[in-house]
Design a protein around this ligand. Structure first.
Ligand SMILES: [Zn+2]
Length: 264
């Protein structure tokens, strides 16, 4: 398995690591700062800095897959297809760039990830502003889209203004955990119809916006609390100038909200 350092510290953009496997899905490390595609959030890109200082570009990150297609606890770092092909079956006489047991530095594209952290936290603010179930979502470095299961119309300017207000209020964003039993007792915490929280390990990661969990002033407001495995900013003020760029009636039962960065 790969230790997922980004779950505890989304701001850790670099780590040393050891190669544990090279598979058709990519390079597996014992630990990583690379977030794998999942929960609507795109996989990270970046570089692996090898022992000799050479850099190998990583174009995407995915969860490892078992032979039956189920996800494993491994995280696969994907180099360009021709680089991976060469690693998997090196041509005779060609030196191998990377092998199992090598230590290296794994470094994500930090500014790209930070844009996704801003969008992901902004999408949770939208869950508070629009109290409807989410039936699809996609967080990318350039935009985010959130599909709400609803028939009512939404107003672009009003949503942008509500986001700006919560950003200006500088609410803390904290990572926590609840037990499977606590989640069963509070099913309303799950705001997504499309992404189910991972059960079975006993603990489910949560993201809380507003009202820090311990020692909080009871007067402070809880904005949003939901199970989520994604990477987030530490305070809503860091979201900055994120606005609603488009609202679409995707289907009779779905309103799609698209978030983007305001023009500087
Ligand atoms: Zn989330």
């Amino acid at each position: 398995m790969t230790q997922d350092l980004f779950r505890q510290d989304a701001y850790l953009f670099e780590t040393t690591a050891t190669v544990t496997a090279i598979t058709p899905q990519g390079i597996v490390l014992d630990r990583t700062v690379f977030y794998p595609l999942g929960g609507g959030q795109a996989g990270d890109s970046g570089v692996l800095v090898l022992a000799d200082g050479a850099q190998m570009d990583i174009v995407d990150t995915r969860k490892g897959k078992a032979e039956d297609g189920s996800f494993t606890a491994a995280i696969a770092h994907q180099p360009a297809p021709e680089v991976l092909a060469q690693l998997l079956s090196p041509a005779t006489g060609t030196p191998v760039a990377l092998k199992v047991g090598d230590t290296l530095t794994a470094r994500i594209d930090g500014p790209r990830r930070h844009r996704m952290m801003r969008f992901h936290t902004a999408s949770h603010l939208l869950c508070h502003i629009v109290p409807k179930l989410v039936n699809g979502c996609s967080i990318t470095p350039d935009y985010a889209r959130i599909d709400f299961n609803m028939t009512e119309a939404l107003d672009k300017e009003a949503l942008s203004a509500a986001i700006a207000e919560l950003v200006a209020a500088a609410h803390p964003v904290t990572v926590g955990a609840i037990t499977d039993a606590e989640l069963d007792a509070n099913p309303a915490l799950v705001k997504s119809m499309s992404v189910q929280p991972p059960r079975g390990s006993g603990q489910i990661r949560t993201i809380r916006i507003g009202q820090a969990p311990q020692g909080a002033d009871p007067a402070t407001t809880l904005i949003d609390l939901q199970p989520c495995g994604g990477t987030h900013v530490a305070n809503t003020s860091e979201i900055g100038a994120v606005i609603v760029t488009k609202i679409e009636k995707k289907s009779a039962m779905t309103r799609r909200v698209v978030l983007g960065f305001a023009a500087p």
